[in-house]
Design a protein around this ligand. Structure first.
Ligand code: SAH
Ligand code: SF4
Ligand code: F3S
Length: 380
C-alpha cells in the first residue's frame, strides 16, 4: 500500500545525484512512490549544494517558492539535506526563514532519513538532524537508480585537500574510502543486472583512494579489478586530482580496454602564483608534463577540466597564463567558473578580491576560446 508520494530536487555534483538515488531508495523501501512534479507531492526533499554562492541563492529561492504549496497543504513534508545545510549556522537560518520546513539534515547521515521521517510524522515537530564530524560509512543503503545507462558507484567520501577556495572539505568531512570488497561486490551486482553500459567510480579525488584503508590498495588496483569484474561495461571515474595521478594509473588506463579514456583533470589556473595560493599542490609545468605523459601512453585520451577565473589576487598576467595553458593543452571541454567567496575557507579572507566586472570579462573571453577549441576537436 503506497503511503504517499515524494519529489526529490537535486542540486550540485554527481555525488549528490547518486545520494538522491539513495534517498529515493530509502523512501521507496518505506512504501512511498515518486511523484512527477513537486506540485503533486506530499513530500519534497531538497538535496542541496553550496559550491558557489549562485548555487546557494538558487536553492534558497526554490525553498522560498515552496511556501505557496505548504500553505495549500499543511501536511506537506519538506526536507532539506546535503552540503548547503551542513554549513555552520545554515540550519538556524533555514528554520527562521522557512518555518514550513519539517527536517534539516546535512551530509553525514542521509542514510537515516527513514528513521527521521518516522520521528517527524509521529510528533509533527520540526527536527534538526545536522550532525558534525566526518560521518562513518554505511553500507547497504537501498538505491533506486535513475533509469539510464550509467550507474554511479561511490568509492570514497569527503576530501582532505583543502584547496583554499573550496567548501567541500568543510561540508563533506575528511576523506574516507569504502572497503574495496564492498565496492567490487556492488560492481559485480551491477554487471550481473545487465542494465548498464557504464559505471562511474565517484570521489572528490579518486587518485587518493585507499590511502586510509588498513588493507592498502591503490586506485589503479581498484579500477583494474572493477574492469575485470565488469568486462562488458566501461568503467569511468571522476574526479582526478593532478597532484595524485600516478604512473601506475596511466599504465592501467592504457592497458585495460574497458576503462574509459575520458579523464576529468581540473587544472583550476594556469598561473603558478594562483595555483600556489589555491593550495593545489602542483605547478603549471607539472600539469603540462602530466598531460604529455597521459597522451603519450593513451593517444586517444579525452582530457576535460575545471577552471576558476578571478581568484583573489589574480592579475591580468595570471589570467593570460590560464588562457595560454588552455590553448596549449586543447581540452575536449572545460567548465569555467567565476571565483565565488565561500565563508570559512582560507581564500575568503585573502586581500585582492576581484571585481565582478573583471571576473565576467575573463570568463567570457576564456569561454569563447574554449568553445572554439571544443568545436575543432569535435570536428576532427
Ligand atoms: N573535487 C573536484 C571538484 C570539486 S567542485 C576537484 O578537486 O577537482 C567542482 C569544481 O567547482 C572545482 O573543480 C572548481 O573548479 C569549482 N569550485 C570549487 N569551489 C569554487 C569556488 N569557491 N568558486 C568557484 N568555483 C569553485
Ligand atoms: Fe574541493 Fe580541492 Fe577537495 Fe576538489 S580537491 S573537493 S576542489 S578541496
Ligand atoms: Fe557536490 Fe556541491 Fe556538495 S558540488 S560535494 S553538492 S557542495
Amino acid at each position: 500500500m503506497a503511503k504517499g508520494n515524494y519529489k526529490i530536487l537535486t542540486y550540485g555534483c554527481q555525488m549528490n545525484e547518486h545520494e538522491s538515488e539513495k534517498l529515493a531508495g530509502i523512501l521507496t523501501a518505506k512504501g512511498y512512490v515518486p511523484a512527477e512534479k513537486k506540485e503533486d507531492a506530499g513530500m519534497i526533499v531538497l538535496n542541496t549544494c553550496c559550491i558557489r554562492e549562485s548555487a546557494e541563492s538558487r536553492i534558497i529561492a526554490h525553498i522560498g517558492a515552496l511556501k505557496t504549496l505548504a500553505r495549500k497543504n499543511p501536511e506537506l513534508v519538506v526536507i532539506v539535506c546535503g552540503c548547503m545545510s551542513q554549513q555552520d549556522g545554515m540550519e538556524a537560518s533555514l528554520r527562521q526563514k522557512f518555518p514550513f520546513i519539517s527536517i534539516v539534515l546535512g551530509t553525514h547521515n542521509i542514510d537515516r532519513l527513514g528513521e527521521y521521517l518516522d520521528e517527524f510524522l509521529e510528533g509533527r515537530k520540526y527536527l534538526n538532524r545536522v550532525v558534525s564530524g566526518s560521518g562513518t560509512i554505511t553500507e547497504g543503503t537501498p538505491v533506486l537508480r535513475e533509469a539510464n545507462t550509467n550507474a554511479w558507484v561511490n568509492i570514497m567520501y569527503g576530501c582532505n585537500n583543502f584547496c583554499s577556495y573550496c567548501i567541500v572539505p568543510y561540508v563533506r568531512g575528511r576523506e574516507r574510502s569504502r572497503e574495496a570488497r564492498d565496492i567490487l561486490a556492488e560492481v559485480s551486482e551491477l554487471a550481473k543486472s545487465g542494465k548498464y553500459k557504464t559505471m562511474t567510480l565517484l570521489g572528490q579525488n579518486v587518485n587518493s583512494y585507499g590511502k586510509d584503508l588498513e588493507q592498502k590498495i591503490s586506485f589503479a588496483g581498484l579500477i583494474r579489478q572493477a574492469a575485470e569484474i565488469a568486462p562488458n561495461q566501461t568503467i569511468c571515474f571522476m574526479t582526478s586530482h593532478p597532484k595524485d595521478f600516478s604512473d601506475e594509473l596511466i599504465r592501467t588506463i592504457a592497458a585495460v580496454p574497458n576503462i574509459s579514456k575520458s579523464i576529468h583533470l581540473p587544472v583550476q589556473s594556469g598561473s603558478n602564483a594562483v595555483l600556489r595560493a589555491m593550495n593545489r599542490g602542483y605547478t603549471r609545468e607539472d600539469y603540462i608534463t602530466l598531460t604529455q605523459k597521459i597522451f603519450k601512453s593513451i593517444p586517444d585520451a579525452a582530457i576535460t577540466t575545471d577552471i576558476i577565473v578571478g581568484f583573489p589576487g589574480e592579475t591580468d598576467e595570471d589570467y593570460l597564463q590560464t588562457e595560454e595553458l588552455v590553448k596549449l593543452i586543447q581540452f575536449n571541454s572545460a567548465f569555467i567558473f567565476m571565483y565565488s567567496k565561500r565563508s570559512g575557507t582560507v581564500a575568503a579572507k585573502l586581500d585582492g578580491q576581484i571585481p565582478i566586472a573583471v571576473k565576467r570579462r575573463r570568463i567570457h573571453r576564456l569561454q569563447e576560446i574554449q568553445i572554439q577549441i571544443s568545436r575543432n576537436k569535435r570536428g576532427k
